[in-house]
Design a protein around this ligand. Structure first.
Ligand code: ATP
Ligand code: BTN
Length: 262
C-alpha cells in the first residue's frame, strides 16, 4: 500500500507554512523530479517515492533501492542564504537523521561528510542539490534527498559495493511515523540552519563522528590525495585532518573519506 500523506501530515508536529506532502508509486529520482518542478513551487514540498529506478548519490554515483525496502524522499526548501552559506547543510541534515534515529534508541554515527552508519554499515545517505529561485532572485532552492534502507534483501545488497545496514533488522518501525519524525526534525534543522548556520551543528556533528581519532585517507576520483588522523569538523563543515605536515581542512566537494587499516 502507498504511503499516506494525510497520516504523515497528521503525525507531524512542526508547523511549516504551506508544506505539501506528495507520494508517487514509482519514479526515477525524487531529487530530479523536484528540481524539474522548482519554477512552479511557492512553498516547501516533500516528495516520497515507494520505488526509485534511477536513485542518485553524490558525485554521479547511484543510490540503490527496492520497492518496500527503502525510504526514498526529497524535500524542496527555499533559503534566504547565498550558495556558499549552504556548504555545511548536508552535514546538518546528517545530524538531523542521526538525532531522529537516536530518539528511537538506534545509535548511529556519521561518516564525513554525511553518510549515516550503524555498526560501520551504511544505513542512509543524503544528496543535496541546489538551484537559484527564478521567482525571487535572492533566494535559493535546496532539494534535500534522503535514502534510508528499511530492509536489505540479498539482491539489493549484492548491487552495493560497501557493507549495508537496514532499519528493520534493528528496530520495529511504522514507516509513516518514522517519516513524520524525520520530517519534523528536518524542518526544525532547516529553520535553525537558516538562522544560525552550521556553527549550531558543529559540536553535534562531532559528537556523532565515526572516525574521530582514526587514520583516514581522503580520495578524489579514486586517487588518495591526503591522509592523516581525522580530528572532527570545523564551523564550515570542513574535515580537519592531522597530517604528517600539519593540520589540513578538507572541503567536501566530490572527495570521499576512506578508513585506513591500522
Ligand atoms: P562518500 O560519501 O564518502 O563519498 P560513499 O562511497 O558512500 O561515500 P556516496 O556518494 O555518499 O558515496 O553514496 C553513494 C554510494 O552509496 C554508492 O556508490 C554505493 O556504494 C552506496 N549505496 C548505494 N545504494 C545504497 C544503499 N541502498 N545503502 C547503502 N549504501 C548504498
Ligand atoms: C549518497 O549517499 O550518496 C546519497 C544518497 C541519496 C539518495 C536519496 S533517495 C531520495 C533522493 N533521490 C535521489 O535520487 N537521491 C536521493
Amino acid at each position: 500500500m502507498l504511503f499516506s500523506p494525510q497520516r504523515i501530515a497528521a503525525a507531524c508536529q512542526t508547523a511549516v507554512p504551506g508544506l505539501t506532502i506528495e507520494v508517487v508509486a514509482e519514479t526515477g529520482s525524487t531529487n530530479a523530479d523536484l528540481l524539474a518542478r522548482l519554477d512552479q513551487l511557492a512553498a516547501p514540498l516533500l516528495l516520497i517515492a515507494e520505488q526509485q529506478t534511477a536513485g542518485r548519490g553524490r558525485a554521479g554515483r547511484s543510490w540503490q533501492s527496492a520497492r518496500g525496502a527503502s525510504l526514498t524522499f526529497s524535500l524542496a526548501w527555499r533559503f534566504r542564504l547565498p550558495l556558499q552559506a549552504l556548504a555545511g547543510l548536508p552535514l546538518a541534515v546528517g545530524v538531523a537523521l542521526a538525532e531522529t534515529l537516536a530518539t528511537l534508541q538506534l545509535p548511529v554515527q556519521l561518516k564525513w561528510p554525511n553518510d549515516v552508519l550503524c555498526n560501520g554499515r551504511k544505513l542512509a545517505g543524503v544528496l543535496i542539490e541546489t538551484a537559484h529561485d527564478r521567482q525571487s532572485g535572492d533566494r535559493l532552492w535546496a532539494v534535500i534527498g534522503i535514502g534510508i534502507n528499511l530492509a536489505a534483501d540479498a539482491a539489493l545488497t549484492a548491487r552495493i559495493e560497501q557493507p549495508v545496514a537496514a532499519l528493520s533488522d534493528l528496530l520495529e518501525i511504522d514507516r509513516e511515523l518514522l517519516l513524520a519524525a524525520l520530517l519534523d526534525r528536518l524542518c526544525l534543522t532547516l529553520q535553525e540552519f537558516e538562522q544560525f548556520g552550521f556553527p549550531a551543528f558543529t559540536q553535534r556533528w562531532n559528537a556523532l563522528h565515526l572516525h574521530r581519532g582514526q587514520h583516514i585517507a581522503i580520495v578524489d576520483h579514486g586517487q588518495p590525495v591526503l591522509d592523516g588522523v581525522a580530528l572532527g569538523v570545523d564551523d564550515q563543515g570542513r574535515l580537519l585532518v592531522q597530517t604528517a605536515s600539519g593540520r589540513s581542512a578538507v572541503v567536501a566537494g566530490d572527495v570521499s573519506l576512506r578508513a585506513v587499516a591500522a
